[in-house]
Design a protein around this ligand. Structure first.
Ligand code: AP5
Length: 217
């Protein structure tokens, strides 16, 4: 099963990806996580990507597409994958299709999470993440048991560099301009399902599961 999660920054793609990879037994591939790992590792890709990410802009597609092409070619992707944050433009969606060529479609289901912009700003301003295991928290909605410490591995939680309010607003503008047109692209391909991302995380996951299973029936 090949699924792509769409939605504005903070709509819950990472949260859902972490929950749904268990349900579908497929890897969760977040382009943002891969790019942040490249920045952290100080690789050439990371050095090229960092400036764009800090400003809330998209990293040039030629950098991101190569990274995703390598990742989906790994052995754990033979049974499918759950993409989060990729594709992010119509150009990336077209390139993704050409990666798999004649061997079927690159994506079977696209699920778009809908959340109002004000809510998204509130979510991202309170987001904390674990630099060791990647678990996500929110200071009010999903707080860790001990302030600032990961429940799972005990690491000190961090705030993402692009979660400052002015960068969040920029990312939302980029989403509206460059990513929202993808909704039409996948609507025309008849594989788009819209899910209300404003419910509790477990409820959203149920809705995503239902949407994907309904399409498979
Ligand atoms: P990326 O990491 O993909 O960021 P994003 O799309 O802006 O999305 P976020 O990770 O901020 O939010 P999310 O939807 O995953 O929400 P989350 O689950 O964390 O990209 C970062 C940057 O990398 C981009 O700006 C760009 O520069 C670059 N990049 C990445 N992919 C690219 C591509 N394909 N092409 C070019 N450039 C690319 O949740 C947010 C918070 O809300 C958390 O605190 C969480 O606990 C809380 N929360 C989640 N769900 C709920 C809920 N249901 N109720 C209450 N709180 C919730």
């Amino acid at each position: 099963m090949k699924i792509a999660l769409l939605g504005p920054p903070g709509s819950g793609k990472g949260t859902q990806g972490a929950m749904l990879r268990e349900s579908f037994s497929i890897p969760h591939i977040s382009s943002g996580d891969l790019l942040r790992a490249a920045v952290e590792a100080g690789s050439e890709l990371g050095d090229q990507a960092k400036g764009y990410m800090d400003k809330g802009q998209l990293v040039p597609s030629e950098l991101v597409i190569g990274m995703i092409r390598e990742r989906v070619a790994e052995n754990d992707c033979t049974g499918g994958y759950l993409l989060d944050g990729f594709p992010r433009t119509v150009e990336q969606a077209e390139k993704l299709e050409s990666m798999v060529g004649a061997n079927g479609h690159a994506v079977d289901h696209v699920v778009a999470l809908e959340v109002e912009e004000d809510k998204v700003v509130e979510r991202l301003s309170g987001r904390r993440s674990c630099p060791e295991c990647g678990r996500l928290y929110h200071v009010s909605f999903q707080p860790p048991r001990s302030d600032g410490i990961c429940d799972d591995c005990g690491a000190e939680l961090m705030i993402r560099d692009d979660d400052r309010e002015e960068t969040i607003r920029k990312r939302l503008e980029v989403y509206r301009r460059q990513t929202a047109p993808l909704l039409d692209f996948y609507e025309k391909a008849a594989i788009l399902r819209i899910v209300d991302g404003d419910a509790a995380p477990a409820e959203v996951a149920e809705q995503v599961l239902a949407a994907v299973r309904e399409e498979d029936d």
